[in-house]
Design a protein around this ligand. Structure first.
Ligand SMILES: [Mn+2]
Length: 293
């Protein structure tokens, strides 16, 4: 069956959304398999009609599939990310472990500098990923937020959501960087999504362009078991969906990655389906936004 049926267009020019697969998991620390996600999501998408969960048609979504990167090279990815943004489309990366966005965020930062906007980062994840070094590597999947800071995102322009798996070095770093906004998983479990939504709406005004990074392990493992580093005590998938869809409705999000889905560790593709269905809901918001421009 054809992937992303009824959504795909033949050329970049015709598209509103550019999709690029980043099939790499060599920087994952515990469970591997995220390299299989881009093609698994493409395969499953062939079974999905072009509709949202509430029955709205995705009849104006025009998606171009750029295929997969052939190797994990951060400078190549940085250049690719920048060139995709320069086409003035929405750009979606499907990983891969979380380290893939070391390159893509770097390209996003360059783009923001060119168009004179502040780069903002929303990182939805069970883990802060702000280690300077992990298992001897600066490019581990536990380091991408720290690399984003090295590459030029201001610490006060970072918001972490769903956190519950800290490393000690991260707690020490946060103690000296209280300006980094963190919504722990516990906060969402206690308060629901609305306070997070209110913060994001207040913070990321038109001075910014925003990069949204979505690690599927932000969800409780009950909702997303197929991931290399599952963390107990997470929020439910609908609360994270509410935050993500509100962010797409209200904020200037230009680029997104969906990472850490591991099909070999999954159960009946639950986790891939969660990722894929989330994308379809996002596509609808993008379609609505375009119609109201
Ligand atoms: Mn994670």
């Amino acid at each position: 069956m054809e992937s992303f049926r009824d959504l795909l267009v033949e050329t970049e020019d015709m598209a509103d959304i550019l999709l690029y697969g980043l099939p790499f998991d060599q920087n994952a620390s515990v469970g591997k398999g995220a390299s299989k996600a881009p093609d698994r999501l493409r395969f499953l998408s062939g079974f999905l009609p072009a509709l949202t969960k509430d029955g709205y048609l995705l009849n104006h979504v025009r998606l171009f599939d750029e295929g997969n990167a052939d190797k994990l090279d951060y400078s190549v990815l940085r250049a690719k990310s920048l060139s995709l943004l320069e086409k003035k489309k929405f750009v979606l990366f499907i990983g891969g472990d979380h380290s893939v966005n070391i390159g893509t965020i770097d390209g996003f930062i360059s783009y923001c500098q060119k168009v004179n906007k502040k780069p903002g980062l929303i990182h939805i994840d069970a883990h802060p990923d702000i280690c300077d070094e992990y298992e001897g590597s600066h490019f581990s999947h536990a380091t991408p937020v720290r690399r984003a800071i090295d590459n030029g995102i201001a610490t006060e322009d970072i918001c972490l959501i769903g956190i519950r798996g800290y490393e000690e070095q991260e707690v020490i770093y946060f103690a000296s960087h209280p300006e980094i906004k963190i919504f722990n998983a516990s906060f969402i479990l206690e308060n629901g999504p609305q306070k997070v939504i209110d913060y994001l709406n207040e913070k990321f005004n038109d001075d910014y362009l925003v990069y949204l990074s979505y690690d599927i392990d932000a969800n409780d493992p009950a909702f997303a078991p197929g991931t290399g580093t599952p963390e107990a005590f997470g929020p439910k998938s609908t609360d994270l969906l509410a935050i993500i869809l509100s962010a797409f409705k209200h904020l200037p999000i230009k680029m997104m990655d969906l990472v850490e889905i591991s099909p070999p560790l999954d159960n009946n593709d639950i986790t891939s389906w969660l990722g894929l269905k989330t994308l379809y809901e996002i596509f609808y918001v993008l379609q609505q936004k375009k119609e109201t421009l």
